[in-house]
Ligand binder design. Structure first.
Ligand SMILES: [Zn+2]
Length: 459
């Protein structure tokens, strides 16, 4: 056998450990995983000496939002950013114009984005009382999971959020009864709107407009109250619940307790909740504004403890591009700015820096960004695994790379809103991104063509 491509000389990393060896690829699939001496001959060889070879990274939480506000991000720049960041599959949230809330819109979106995609992509569908009768059709059409916000529709963005927001508990019970029938994961943004209404009003009445006011307006109890209710609804309906972007440490303990009861409840967090604190809100104001907000140092340490203890399942970026004009100035009005940070190109560098700081191991990282996402979203063993027969999605990283973040080098259109990472000393970077056997990024330069990325569906 002559393989198309062989990667040799590196260290293979799985969730169980690391070993020297390489991978042979034929027809976009992994054809062999073996020690270097036992790998077949190949038409092309990549020398991975000194590097670590990971299963392709899956980002469980992305907002590129095409079709929609293309000046913020489009599908090509967004999937270029993913490739640059070492991500081989993105799971795109339903917010778009139109938002994904019917099977027809899901199919149209997949058809439109396929020819523009550099990496693979899955598409979430919104679920709320307005599209109850579409939920099973959305699953049949290939939705990767369902997404619901427990908060109100953001004012002025109604056309991006149809079928996605559900602040009412009774409505949410009905919605989760339906999503439970599909067997798909239901990912929920858990913040309790009625609590935020009270806490935000009090902070606003005090006249505060500084960055820290955002964290005060959305305290941990807004998150934990919503997580507690979500778990109760999951227990009652049998829905497979994933708490999106957990930032409150108590919320993680609630998820762990739910798992102990045998419930299918899991937790996602984001690099910014692990690597930044609310001090960034003080320094960067609107540029550090996200929901839920960044938490204090004690909460961040508790989040790390939870992660190390295996109580956080996956890490996704929640990449949310906006224009600098929408964010305003760092000392500007925190209330007026939209929430969300870019993150596709910071994802692996931040997490590899954490590996260097011995906050987690490479194997724990592979579990959280490759293996567990593949299992939860029905992509295993096609994705997330370095095993024979899997798609040849591979992320090669250099854990020794030392560099300083510079937003000007980013592929995302939202680069000018990534200022808060500038000057940060990072240790580790993706050096090669391989999607179904084809190199789409080498040494930070994206070489992949739009259209190579494939729409992925569960099962
Ligand atoms: Zn999000």
């Amino acid at each position: 056998m002559i393989a198309d491509l062989v990667i040799r000389g590196g260290t293979l990393v799985t969730g169980n450990g690391a070993r020297r060896g390489g991978v042979a690829i034929t027809d976009g699939k992994i054809a062999a995983v073996d020690r270097d001496g036992a790998l077949p001959a190949a038409r092309e060889t990549i020398d991975a000496t000194g590097w670590h070879v990971l299963p392709g990274v899956i980002d469980t939480h992305v907002h590129l939002r095409e079709p929609g506000r293309l000046e913020r991000e489009d599908w090509i720049t967004g999937t270029q950013a993913a490739a640059a960041g070492g991500i081989t599959t993105i799971l795109e949230m339903p917010i778009a114009i139109p938002p994904v809330h019917t099977a027809g819109i899901l199919r149209e979106r997949a058809a439109a984005l396929g020819p523009r995609s550099i990496v693979n992509f899955g598409l979430y569908a919104g679920a709320n009382p307005d599209n109850l009768d579409e939920i099973e059709a959305l699953a049949a059409a290939g939705a990767i999971a369902f997404k619901t916000f427990r908060t109100d529709t953001p004012p002025g963005r109604e056309n991006e959020f149809i079928g996605i927001c559900c602040p009412d508990a009774g409505d949410m019970l009905r919605v989760m009864e339906r999503t439970a029938r599909t067997g798909l994961l239901h990912v929920v943004h858990c913040e309790e709107q009625q609590i935020i209404n009270r806490t935000a009003a009090a902070v606003q009445a005090s006249g505060r407009r500084d960055g820290g006011a955002h964290a005060a307006a959305r305290p941990p109890v807004a998150e934990t109250a919503s997580v507690a209710q979500g778990i109760a609804l999951a227990a009652a309906t049998g829905a497979r619940l994933q708490i999106a972007h957990v930032s409150a440490a108590d919320a993680v303990d609630m998820v762990a307790a739910a798992k102990d009861r045998g419930l299918a409840v899991t937790a996602e967090t984001c690099p910014h909740y692990l690597m930044l604190t609310d001090e960034a809100l003080g320094a960067w104001g609107p540029y550090a504004k996200c929901n839920p907000p960044l938490r204090d140092r004690v909460a961040v340490e508790r989040l790390w403890n939870a992660f190390r203890g295996g109580r956080i399942d996956v890490i996704g970026t929640d990449h949310s591009p906006f224009l600098p004009a929408e964010k305003g100035t760092p000392d500007g009005d925190i209330w007026a700015a939209p929430p969300g940070l870019p993150g596709l190109e910071e994802f692996l560098p931040l997490m590899l820096t954490a590996v260097h700081e011995e906050r987690l191991s490479l194997s724990q990282l592979v579990r959280a960004v490759c293996e567990t996402p593949a299992h939860l979203f029905g992509l295993w063993p096609r994705k997330g695994a370095l095993i024979v027969g899997a798609d040849a999605d591979i992320t090669i990283v250099n854990t020794a790379a030392e560099w300083v973040h510079d937003h000007a080098r980013l592929y995302t259109k939202a680069r000018d809103t990534a200022l808060l990472y500038d000057g940060m000393r990072l240790r580790g970077a993706a050096v090669m991104t391989i999607v179904r056997g084809r190199v789409v990024m080498r040494d930070g330069r994206v070489t992949g063509e739009p259209g190579w990325g494939e729409w992925v569906r569960p099962g």
